[in-house]
Design a protein around this ligand. Structure first.
Ligand SMILES: C[S@@+](CC[C@H](N)C(=O)[O-])C[C@H]1O[C@@H](n2cnc3c(N)ncnc32)[C@H](O)[C@@H]1O
Length: 223
């Protein structure tokens, strides 16, 4: 899982441990994110890395460890979460304004990962998603923005730009009902049937265009 020829596994894991301080996710979940990014790298998928819901940058930095050398686009209000909506469930009450990050901490997290090629778009998605320049070709999209509206808006904006074979990660699929509903509504709207993979208690991811996992089994065509 080393991020480049010159980086050892131990060094990468050491950096992930330091990044846990910059993330809602623990080292184990950040390691899974890094592995998911490594898979994108190993399959030679072209494009940028995009994260919607950055907070202090820990997950973006862990992803960039696995997929180094890509431009990173970072979208966050830096004012914490917006108010939840009707589809986000009673447990979401009182969360507006929480999970507030700072751009300084994002820069510090990216420094730990050695990432220097990035664009931070501070503000609400409704405004910043229209800002130019913007990503044109995405290899890895991480949507970690909790609420139904934020998740579905992120998917509507960036999913079309994910290249075939690119990976989409939802950080809140198992944690927040609104994220899960946004995923299923988005799929229904666009007639998609992603092969959903899970990690940790909350994460879900899929590879755009992949309909089965038979290729990962060496001997599947046994008599
Ligand atoms: C759970 S935190 C992200 C955690 C982060 N990925 C990490 O590694 O710790 C969710 C973030 O989404 C941002 N967010 C959610 N909805 C948003 C919206 N509509 N516009 C801008 N930022 C939003 C919040 O500001 C918050 O920082």
């Amino acid at each position: 899982m080393g991020n480049a020829e010159t980086t050892t596994l131990a060094e990468t894991l050491g950096r992930i441990d330091r990044l846990a301080e910059y993330s809602c996710s623990d080292s184990r979940e950040l390691t899974r994110l890094c592995e998911i990014a490594c898979d994108v790298r190993d399959r030679g998928v072209a494009g940028d890395l995009v994260e919607c819901g950055v907070r202090n940058g820990g997950s973006a930095a862990a992803l960039s460890l696995g997929l180094p050398g890509r431009h990173i686009w970072l979208y966050d209000s830096f004012e914490g979460l917006p108010p939840p909506g009707p589809r986000d469930g009673a447990a979401a009450d009182g969360w507006a304004g929480r999970c507030r990050g700072t751009e300084d901490r994002v820069v510090a997290a990216l420094e730990i990962a050695g990432a220097r090629d990035y664009t931070v778009r501070p503000g609400w998605f409704a405004e910043t998603f229209a800002a130019r320049p913007a990503p044109e070709r995405i290899a890895l999209l991480h949507v970690d923005a909790d609420w139904y509206d934020s998740v579905i808006d992120s998917l509507e904006r960036f999913h079309p730009l994910v290249v075939d074979g690119g990976t989409i990660v939802l950080g809140d699929f198992g944690h927040w009902e609104g994220c899960r509903e946004a995923f299923y509504d988005f799929c229904r709207r666009h007639d998609l049937k992603p092969l959903l993979e899970r990690y940790g208690h909350s994460g879900a991811w899929w590879v755009k265009g992949r309909g089965h996992n038979r290729a990962s089994l060496a001997r599947w065509d046994m008599p």
